[in-house]
Design a protein around this ligand. Sequence first.
Ligand code: AMP
Length: 210
Amino acid sequence: MNLILLGAPGAGKGTQAEVIEREIGIPQISTGNILKAAVKNATPIGLKAKSFMDSGALVPDDVVIGILKERIAEPDCKNGFILDGFPRTIPQAEALEAMGVTIDKVISIEVADEKIEARLSGRRACTQCGATYHTVFNPPKTEGVCDKCGGPLVIRDDDKPETVKERLRVYKEKTAPLIDFYKGKGKLSVVIGQEEVADTSKLVLETVRA
Ligand code: AMP
């Protein structure tokens, strides 16, 4: 089963992708996490992507499409995968089709704008493994420490207020049109993001299993 999670930054795609991975047993593929690892390791792709990411812009389509193509060719993807943060533009969605990838379901997680800003301001990420938390909605067991690897939690550069504003603008301009793109193909399901992560997960899993 190949799934796409759509939604604004802060809608909870990453958190829900982790839940689906655990419950359904197909891997989460986050182009954002792959790019962040590339930046951290100062690889050629990371060096190219960093300035776009720091300013809240999208990394160029050709770079991200190349990353995705390599990742889905890996053996753990043979029974399916969950795309979290890809596609983010119509050309990326078209590239996926050109690769011959069949998408079974697209789940759009919808959250009102004013809630998104509150959510992003509480977001924390592990500097070692990239796992994400929220000070209110999804706190780690020990404040400032990653549950999974014990690494330190920080506010990512792209979660800083001025960058958040730009990311939301870019989402509306470039990514939101994908909702109609997949609706037109009869693949779209909408899940309204709930206050509690577990309540959203319930709706997401019902949609995946339907
Ligand atoms: P995310 O963690 O998904 O919000 O991704 C962090 C940043 O990585 C984004 O703000 C973009 O700069 C970049 N990025 C991640 N996925 C993509 C994509 N599919 N296309 C372009 N840029 C991306």
